[in-house]
Design a protein around this ligand. Structure first.
Ligand code: AMP
Ligand code: MG
Length: 269
């Protein structure tokens, strides 16, 4: 796609989120972007069909954002039209006592997509260097060691045939306020409002610092981060669908060879 802010930083590049405009939409107009998005959706559907049939690769999509950042609506919009049989979506909540008795990647590993599948993480192992760090849920040396653990883990699954795409949905603090206010105003969004999100909002700057470290230290060739300007949902959908299409196309997937002599097969009455 042309006309884009550098949403894909180079591995090793120091990320300063203040330098990324959440309102950015390039030169795109909404109507044109929506049309391009529809086109991307059709291509994704076709590519997912080959991914499933070929059974050689898996695609893992990691979504991270502040509350109301659009993780849920990204899943709904970007994945609509894709065969549900080939998709595994998992939302990571506060770890259970059993999960806390294991290493932080234990619960993650079991949801990594199998060959032929697209896996979507709504939150992920990155919470273990975000909320866990900001709320001091473990000692500093424990979360500090996790960037290396994450890179090694993502390397392991990448080496095992999983292509990884990580999207940070970048909204502004003002946009979050508007979206929270919508949740208060609209009855069918009330269920989405949680008072518990307000103390998190208060720590906005701490979260930005934690995100910057995660985006800087875990942006690798085998598991790149995309910083998606996400104040405008139509642009967010375009950027993400475009990255997915380009990535799936780069795998050069093929349908498996058919059984021999199919032209001689007669279906009995
Ligand atoms: P939601 O995405 O609104 O359903 O909320 C899920 C909650 O689980 C968020 O507040 C996350 O910060 C929290 N959460 C997810 N993973 C972890 C984790 N590893 N440790 C602590 N809290 C977590
Ligand atoms: Mg929430």
């Amino acid at each position: 796609m042309q006309h884009q802010q550098t949403i894909q930083p180079q591995p090793g590049q120091q990320i300063n989120l203040a330098g990324y405009d959440p309102d950015y939409t390039g030169d795109w107009e909404k109507d044109l972007a929506r049309r391009q998005f529809k086109d991307n959706q059709e291509r994704m559907d076709a590519l997912q069909n080959v991914l499933y049939a070929e059974h050689k690769h898996a695609l893992l999509i990691v979504l991270q954002a502040m509350d109301a950042g659009g993780k849920d609506s990204t899943i709904r919009k970007v994945m609509e039209g894709i065969n549900p049989q080939g998709v595994h979506v998992w939302s990571f909540k506060q770890p259970t006592p059993e999960e806390l008795d294991h290493d932080f990647l234990w619960r993650i590993h079991q949801h990594v997509p199998a060959k032929g599948m697209i896996g979507i993480f709504n939150r992920s192992h990155y919470e273990d260097v975000l909320v866990v760090r900001v709320n001091k849920l473990v000692p500093d040396d424990v979360w500090q060691a996790r960037y290396d653990h994450i890179n090694a883990f993502e390397r392991l699954i990448a080496d095992s045939g999983v292509t990884i795409l990580k999207f940070y949905l970048h909204i502004s603090k003002a946009e979050q306020k508007e979206r929270f206010e919508d949740r208060l105003k609209e009855p069918d969004k009330h269920w989405k409002f949680s008072r518990g999100d307000l103390p998190v909002r208060k720590r906005w700057n701490d979260y930005m610092a934690a995100y910057e470290d995660a985006l800087t230290r875990c942006n690798t060739a085998w598991a790149p981060w995309y910083i998606v300007p996400a104040n405008h949902k139509w642009y967010r959908d375009l950027v993400i669908s475009d990255a997915i299409v380009r990535t799936l196309e780069s795998l050069h997937m093929e349908y498996p060879a058919p059984e021999p002599d199919l032209d001689k097969v007669k279906i009995p009455d």
